[in-house]
Design a protein around this ligand. Structure first.
Ligand SMILES: NC(=O)c1ccc[n+]([C@@H]2O[C@H](COP(=O)([O-])OP(=O)(O)OC[C@H]3O[C@@H](n4cnc5c(N)ncnc54)[C@H](OP(=O)(O)O)[C@@H]3O)[C@@H](O)[C@H]2O)c1
Length: 281
């Protein structure tokens, strides 16, 4: 079972969750969401742009109706996409997400991308998220892909400090600067593409560490993240990997292991760099 950590508003969030990017609508996805919940995941992460909210919601609702879990035990996240940039459009996007997922509320609603500085402003989107939060329609609100300068711009006007900043974070991109700034401001860091989409799992340094603990390289990466106060949301459509990825609460990396993992950092971007990404805005 995933452990919990506290957000800046006192609410709890699981330290590890189930990601669903590149997982199109299908009965298989619903079944995988259910497998994840049966395996102890309580956080499920989706987004409007993944175009899978209906199947994700179906898996969640089946798990609830079959008595595997209660709604209150789950922590469900979705994100407003870049084509809903006004205040009104953002409110509407939230209602659409609930309808597709067949849920009454989300535990976390995230602003997906900040956009370019001279492009559409993210402040109206954020103010809509604040309204949803203040009206009790969503339990927590946050952002994704915010660099320090984006956060500074947001915090200068925000009435609610984001609970989460979900960023690309993995051994090739340790994100020290943003993670430290998040900590300073009481914002919880959450890692996307934590496993570099499976492309770093043959790395020799990771393999050496993994063999010490009789764990896999994926488990070592995920353990490194939770030990460094980063929530992580690996995605898999393979039941054995879904179970493997949450089986990380029975070993502890040493400070030297952590230094070795962090020596792999290249400050690169596997996904888009938020400073240059205006897709859809
Ligand atoms: N906020 C954002 O902008 C943003 C951007 C990207 C992603 N995200 C979120 O973050 C989640 C995770 O990121 P991601 O899906 O991009 O990448 P990821 O979790 O780093 O990697 C997923 C890939 O790794 C494979 N994999 C998973 N566990 C494995 C294991 N134990 N051994 C070997 N291979 C394994 C999966 O294969 P199989 O599925 O074939 O098992 C899949 O191809 C997403 O699903 C999404 O929810 C957010």
């Amino acid at each position: 079972m995933s452990k919990m950590t506290k957000l800046n508003n006192g609410n709890q969030i699981p330290t590890l969750g189930y990601g669903t990017f590149r997982s199109p609508e299908s009965d298989n996805l619903s079944a995988c969401v259910k497998t994840a919940i049966e395996s102890g995941y309580r956080l499920i992460d989706t987004a409007a742009i993944y175009e899978n909210e209906a199947s994700v919601g179906k898996g969640i609702n089946e798990a609830i109706s079959e008595g595997i879990v209660s709604r209150e035990e789950l922590f469900i996240t979705s994100k407003v996409w870049n084509d809903h940039t006004t205040y009104e459009e953002t409110l509407q996007a939230y209602e659409e997400a609930l309808k597709k997922m067949q849920l009454d509320y989300l535990d976390l609603y995230l602003l997906h991308w900040p956009g370019l500085d001279n492009d559409n402003d993210f402040i109206p989107q954020w103010q809509a998220l604040e309204t949803l939060y203040k009206e009790g329609k969503v339990k927590n609100i946050g952002v994704c892909n915010f660099h320090v300068h984006h956060l500074e711009k947001l915090l200068a006007v925000a009435e609610v400090v984001p609970a989460i900043n979900q960023i690309e974070l993995n051994p090739l991109q340790s994100q020290k600067k943003v993670h430290s700034f998040n900590i300073e401001k009481g914002i919880q860091t959450e890692a996307w593409t934590p496993l570099v989409n499976g492309e770093i799992l043959e790395n020799k340094t990771l393999q050496t560490i993994a063999s010490k603990y009789n764990k896999t390289t994926a488990q070592v990466i995920l353990r490194w993240q939770i030990q460094t106060n980063v929530i992580t949301i690996p995605k898999s459509l393979t039941p054995s990997r879904i179970k493997e990825n949450i089986d990380i609460y029975d070993f502890e990396l040493t400070a030297d292991d952590i230094l070795l993992i962090e020596s792999l950092n290249e400050d690169g971007h596997y996904g888009p760099n938020p400073d240059h990404f205006d897709f859809g805005r």
